[in-house]
Design a binder for this molecule. Structure first.
Ligand code: CA
Length: 108
């Protein structure tokens, strides 16, 4: 669950994974409304924390409201070799960085 506490505005999400991965975001806190915002197909792996190997690693800007809760889910599928999955975000007017723990909580 992501809860941007600081600012309204467009957030861009980033995904770095090995092998296949998807990132889903809900328009609200309901996980049943999760919709895919980007997908990395098999073959679209990257090094850990490498976010510029494939255009699909970044989402379009997505408007989020400060204080509102959103369900978010990253899922990976390992095929062989190394494996990892990391999602980050770019907050409005900021730079790409880890989603701060203060903006996340687990469960529904
Ligand atoms: Ca792998």
């Amino acid at each position: 669950m992501a809860r941007p506490t600081a600012r309204d505005g467009p957030y861009r999400f980033w995904l770095s994974a090995d092998d296949q991965a998807t990132l889903e975001l809900s328009p609200n806190e309901k996980p049943e409304l999760l919709a895919q915002v980007t997908k990395l197909d098999f073959g679209m792996w990257s090094e850990p924390l490498e976010f510029d190997r494939h255009p699909a690693q970044r989402t379009r800007p997505i408007r989020l409201e400060a204080g509102k809760r959103y369900a978010i889910r990253a899922r990976g599928h390992e095929q062989n070799g190394a494996d990892h999955i990391v999602a980050q975000w770019t907050p409005p007017g900021g730079k790409r960085r880890a989603i701060p723990e203060s903006a996340l909580r687990t469960g529904s």
